[in-house]
Design a protein around this ligand. Structure first.
Ligand code: 0X9
Ligand code: ZN
Length: 429
């Protein structure tokens, strides 16, 4: 199934709702499904349709009025599925208010990060590593003993929210910062970690996109770059500098596409901010959080080839999956990015691995698939998702700060292995 679908799954082209310059026939209007026959796949690829998912013999696309016309002209029967994709229940507002309930907006995050620093000045320092296109701060939390001193210790980097609509990916790294700050004195393991190394957390790489996703269009993915053709947005996870733009499958040269790679590698201030931080410190491991699919991915993403440290990346990834599953039984798959999910070029972890040779993971948080909520995580589930990820975050952090640098992370004896990679629905986002 996967191979058969591959050609269309990698043709990314979606029209950003809310971008006023678009002709009305190019606005998404319905989610429709067609039978997953080879002829239909060819037709969808020719139309550059925005494929949402392919499962159970059907391909779902986000169709524009133009797409609906094309399907009719070509005599391809389709079913309207829009109602199926509405969130299962209304997203509740909460005491913290706003359309995003307990999830953080840019301002709410800023307030909470400042409060965290004020409450734990001996372990937390809030830094600004850059500003977004619209001038919002990109914040990094440094957690270490004497965080104001740059001691050149080994570090680990946790990143969140390259993709605007993946709100849970802000919360998980933020909760890690809070956990570490609150346990740095009381818990000997955390105290040891903080004494030996540095944990850096950038919970919101894409603040402009997040705000747009909260205020205007919930499914917004990219940043808010005003492109020359009148469309908006660069996919920040296609804008990094390793094999940037290597082909038009893993990213797109079209500004309209959801995976538009930008005009050059690191053309965006948000990816430059991450680059500068990463190159300025001695990071020995990286995790970039995304959602959804409960999957742990490691390089390469740009091509279906292993890195020269494939076995080690797999081993550490499987250990993280095992630690996660041990918390409450929720299984995360683990695999090499290009083969376990799909091709991407210019993604974060390909670049961090290429730049520093350190274990670099994309963690796709829950839910497992679109039927379980896609980008909508219930507010009540935020803490549980963080809790199940915490042991893996701590274990990777400890490995990183104890690792011997360029030679890589030392193997541990008696490692437990998680379940092998299971097939997930192909998702196309
Ligand atoms: O497409 C992406 O950027 C990531 N998935 S998401 O659904 N959150 O957009 C995956 C990036 C991991 N790299 C590869 N699969 N090659
Ligand atoms: Zn993502």
């Amino acid at each position: 199934m996967r191979n058969l679908l591959f050609p269309i799954l990698v043709v990314f082209c979606v029209l950003p709702a809310g971008a006023p310059a678009l002709p009305v026939q190019d606005e998404p209007v319905e989610i429709v499904s067609v039978a997953a026959t080879e002829a239909n796949m060819k037709a969808l690829a020719g139309m550059r349709a925005d494929v949402l998912k392919a499962a159970a013999g059907r391909i779902h696309i986000v169709a524009t009025a133009r797409d609906l016309g094309r399907l009719s002209t070509r005599g391809i029967p389709f079913a309207v599925e829009t109602a199926l994709f509405a969130p299962a229940r209304p997203v509740a507002t909460s005491a913290t208010g706003g359309l995003n309930g307990e999830f953080h907006s840019y301002r709410e995050l800023e307030t909470d990060l400042k409060a965290l620093e004020a409450a734990h000045p001996r372990t937390v320092q809030l830094r600004t590593i850059g500003t977004s296109l619209e001038g919002k701060n990109i914040y990094a939390v440094k957690i270490s003993d004497a965080p104001e001193r740059d001691e050149g210790e080994a570090g680990v980097l946790f990143l969140g929210c390259h993709h605007a609509r993946e709100w849970i990916s802000v919360e998980v790294p933020l909760l890690l910062a809070r956990y570490l700050a609150e346990h740095a004195e009381s818990d000997p393991a955390v105290a040891d970690l903080v004494a030996r190394g540095e944990i850096w957390i950038v919970p919101l790489v894409n603040p402009d996109g997040l705000e747009y996703s909260i205020d205007v269009y919930r499914y917004w993915r990219k940043n808010r770059r005003a492109n020359p053709d009148g469309s908006f947005g660069v996919d920040l996870n296609r804008n990094y500098g390793h094999m940037w733009g290597a082909d038009d499958v893993g990213s797109s040269p079209s500004p309209l596409s959801e995976v538009y790679r930008g005009s050059s590698a690191f053309s965006e201030p948000e990816t430059r901010a991450v680059r500068e931080l990463f190159l300025s410190r001695d990071f020995r491991a990286v995790v970039s959080y995304h959602s959804y699919s409960q999957t742990i991915l490691y390089p390469w993403g740009y091509a279906d080839v292993p890195t020269d440290r494939d076995a080690q990346l797999r081993e550490i990834g499987l250990e993280m999956a095992g630690l996660i599953e041990a918390v409450n039984g929720r299984a995360y798959a683990c695999g090499r990015a290009a083969s376990a999910l799909y091709l991407t070029n210019g993604d974060t972890t390909d670049w961090t691995f290429a730049a520093a040779g350190v274990p670099s993971y994309t963690v796709e948080l829950p839910p497992v698939d679109i039927e379980h909520g896609s980008f909508f995580n219930a507010e009540a589930e935020i803490d549980g998702i963080f809790r199940e990820n915490l042991p893996a975050m701590l274990s990777l952090s400890l490995r990183a700060v104890l690792s011997p640098g360029k030679d890589g992370i030392a193997r541990r004896e008696n490692e437990k292995h998680a379940a092998p990679l299971t097939k997930r629905d192909q998702k196309y986002k």
